[in-house]
Design a binder for this molecule. Structure first.
Ligand SMILES: *Cc1c(COP(=O)(O)O)cnc(C)c1O
Length: 408
């Protein structure tokens, strides 16, 4: 018998890093009496510190990761019907901003072992109408940015990096969020660092920075001689209270990432040689910062595959997710049925038919990835004991499923 233990969870204090630092920051913030970032200093401090931290010229805080992606898309100012290439394995918050800006999300396939888009899969989707490429560094593992940037530069197409799951992830010793034209981060409850909800946008380009700043602020030209509302834009500002918490959280980011990388390596070692299980494939020249830890399960060796293994692990309190998302994004109603503004289906009415062809043959890697991935929750508070618990339970579960098959 293994004694059942409960793992730290990123949904509550057991697996989050809030402490006296955040409390003190919030107290100081409240004492100033200024909770809007247009007048206060905490959000500005977050923006300066974050830009410095990852080596970006400009950084802007906003209200969510979804808002961050929206800012990035809006900064590029697509014409209605322009296409933005992206991945079908992502958070819906990375997709709806494309539609809100009147552009068409065009899905490219992923590598079934890294779960990331590649230069090859992106290349197949480039058309006359491609306005941008969004690459998502899924689970904290960087996309293979060398060939991707080469492809994008050759075509003169800007790249947006979705780094919501990839804080301090590097590729060739450079932080993600600084290689493409724009980087997007999320501070949602379950990310490496959090303010409950929140987001950050980064860029090295001054003109894009200006548009991002404006888009967050109803496009009001703060500080301009003849300030006006220059174009259609929401209020995506982060409140000073969240800015204060984020500044404190940012100080903890190095330790959070270091811990996650360390414990992930320990689990990989502990699972070495386990038949039917592939541990995370890290992109060459990359550092994976483990937002989650994925097992790739071979159902020919382990009967029932991810679903069966996931069910056994859940019985031990390991809240893993077979398939990560239940279906590719293009199978969700919003995209499949083009449910947008009223009954118009706009902007999909402007799309080329190839751009909305979601036939299975174009997405072999995507379906393969979702059918084989088992996502383990990961956390900076995991100890050696937690890793041993995970490894022992995974080994046992695999053994019991394999034996059951042998008996039958
Ligand atoms: C979390 C996440 C988002 C959306 O961020 P929110 O803060 O939840 O709006 C976007 N993209 C990816 C890859 C994410 O993981």
């Amino acid at each position: 018998m293994i004694n059942r233990i409960s793992l730290p969870s990123d949904q509550d204090a057991t697996g989050r890093t809030f402490g006296p630092e955040e409390l003190e920051a919030v107290r100081q913030c409240l004492e100033t009496g200024t909770l809007t970032s247009t007048k206060g200093n905490f959000v500005k401090q977050l923006e300066t510190s974050f830009a410095l931290k990852i080596g970006a010229k400009f950084s802007y805080a906003c209200s969510s990761g979804t808002a961050a992606v929206h800012c990035a898309v809006a900064a590029l100012n697509p014409e209605p019907g322009d296409e933005i290439i992206t991945t079908p394995i992502t958070d819906m918050g990375a997709l709806t901003p494309i539609i809100y800006q009147g552009a068409i999300p065009v899905f490219c396939d992923v590598d079934p072992h890294t779960y990331n888009v590649t230069a090859e899969t992106i290349a197949k989707c480039i058309s006359e109408k491609t306005k941008a490429i969004i690459v998502t560094h899924l689970f904290g593992n960087p996309c293979d940015m060398g060939p991707i940037m080469e492809l994008a530069n050759r075509h003169g197409i800007p790249v947006i990096e979705d780094c919501a799951q990839a804080y301090l992830t590097t590729y060739r010793d450079q932080y993600v969020g600084t290689m493409g034209a724009i980087g997007c981060f999320s501070l949602q409850q379950g990310k490496h660092i959090t303010t409950g909800e929140g987001g950050i946008v980064t860029t090295n380009d001054e003109a894009l920075a200006r548009r991002i700043f404006l888009f967050i602020n109803k496009a009001w030209g703060y500080g301009d001689a003849n300030a006006d509302h220059y174009f259609v834009a929401p209020n995506y500002r982060m409140s000073e209270l969240l800015g204060a918490v984020a500044v404190a959280q940012l100080h903890k980011l190095d330790a959070v990432v270091e811990s996650r990388v360390h414990t992930a390596a320990a689990l990989t070692t502990a699972l070495e040689g386990l038949a039917g299980i592939e541990t995370p494939v890290i992109t060459p020249s990359g550092v994976h910062t483990f937002w989650k830890y994925c097992l790739r399960v071979n159902e020919n060796v382990i009967p029932g595959g991810t679903v069966a293994l996931g069910a056994v692990l859940k019985d031990s309190g390991i809240l893993c997710a077979p398939r990560y998302i239940q279906k590719p994004a293009f199978e969700c109603q919003v995209i499949k049925n083009q449910v947008t503004f009223g009954t118009s289906r706009w902007p999909f009415t402007l799309a080329r038919s190839e751009a909305t062809d979601y036939s299975r043959c174009h997405f072999e890697g995507t379906w393969n990835a979702l059918e084989h991935v088992l996502v383990l929750p990961w956390n900076e508070k995991y100890t050696d004991e937690h890793i041993e618990y995970l490894a022992t339970n995974i080994r046992r579960a695999v053994k019991s499923l394999t034996n059951k098959a042998a008996v039958a």
